[in-house]
Design a protein around this ligand. Structure first.
Ligand SMILES: [Ca+2]
Ligand SMILES: [Ca+2]
Length: 306
């Protein structure tokens, strides 16, 4: 009985002694991959991100020693406004991330490790929302300085931003005066935010007549076809086909340029791809031709008998 108590006491003393000799100071810094912003600005204000954008977080653990750190674990519960996308080393259970490291040495030069996590700002997040992401590092044994084991970084949500794009496709062959033909207007939202109220418009040049198109209206006064594409989620596209006719009076050799444009309710930082122009007569034969099928009917109106 006595021997048993002595053994137990000896064991406890041994554990305390091990902890005493393996003290360390782990620290964690949570950051956001900088993009193109200068460092001074990154320190001053949270990085602005529109809904739908992806944010790359860095979780940098440093072992300030003096001992090597075993079984290092970083935990990070993503705020509700973020959707986990990917991570090379961390695993996720819903919003909860865990990043493990078997050993982080204390030796200078090898005492730092950075985990990377990619998350997406959810589409419905209101402009002005401050998203604060906090990570915490821990390990099995004592940390002399617990105050630096957690770190937060903020991003601020801006208004929605989309890159709409339109690609116009024509018949690709030389047209004949009077010929019916179609052109296709492909509207796409390159994101990152979802777009709303997308319209596609096309001002018809001289000699091009509107026939009909589902979902579009035509204003004869301005010769403008306006089509409703509605809401386009990030990455989605919609094709609109216009039924048109080259006017029968079109002179031979006429070159016709036709432009389609796309617009939506949200900010579009790149307007260079919001219009698309084609040569309706085709790239290699940029002229129209005339062709008439004339028909002469000869009938006998009367027969004079001798
Ligand atoms: Ca610490
Ligand atoms: Ca655009």
């Amino acid at each position: 009985m006595t021997a048993g108590l002595v053994l137990a006491g000896s064991g406890l003393a041994g554990t305390a002694s091990a902890a005493e000799h393996e003290r360390r100071d782990l620290s964690l810094v949570v950051g956001v991959k900088p993009g193109s912003r200068p460092a001074a600005e990154r320190l001053r204000v949270p990085q602005p991100v529109p809904p739908g954008a992806t944010v790359t977080y860095t979780l940098t653990v440093t072992n300030n020693g003096p001992s090597d750190a075993q079984n290092v674990s970083v935990t990070d519960t993503l705020p509700a406004q973020l959707l986990f996308v990917s991570s090379s080393e961390c695993s996720n259970n819903g919003q909860a991330l865990t990043c493990n490291l078997a050993t982080l040495p204390a030796a200078s030069g090898s005492n730092t490790h950075t985990f990377t996590v990619v998350a997406q700002v959810r589409q419905n997040t209101a402009a002005g929302t401050l998203i604060s992401n906090t990570g915490t590092v821990g390990s099995a044994t004592a940390d002399d300085t617990p105050g630096n084991n957690s770190s937060s970084t903020d991003v601020i949500v801006t208004t929605a931003s989309t890159d709409l794009q339109i690609t116009k496709t024509g018949p690709g062959t030389q047209l004949t005066a009077g010929q019916a033909f179609t052109v296709t207007l492909a509207a796409k939202n390159n994101g990152p935010s979802d777009s709303t109220g997308v319209t596609v418009s096309d001002v018809l040049p001289q000699y091009v007549n509107y026939v009909d198109t589902s979902g579009c209206t035509y204003d004869g006064g301005t010769r403008t076809v306006t089509c409703t594409a509605g809401a386009l989620t990030s990455g989605s596209s919609r094709d609109i086909t216009l039924n048109l006719q080259l006017d029968p009076s079109t002179p031979d050799g006429t070159s016709i340029q036709n432009t389609g444009t796309v617009a939506g309710n949200e900010t579009d930082p790149d307007s260079s791809n919001n219009s698309s122009t084609i040569d309706l007569a085709g790239g290699t034969q940029p002229t129209t031709t005339t062709r008439a099928d004339l028909e002469l009917n000869k009938t006998v109106s009367s027969v004079k008998k001798p």
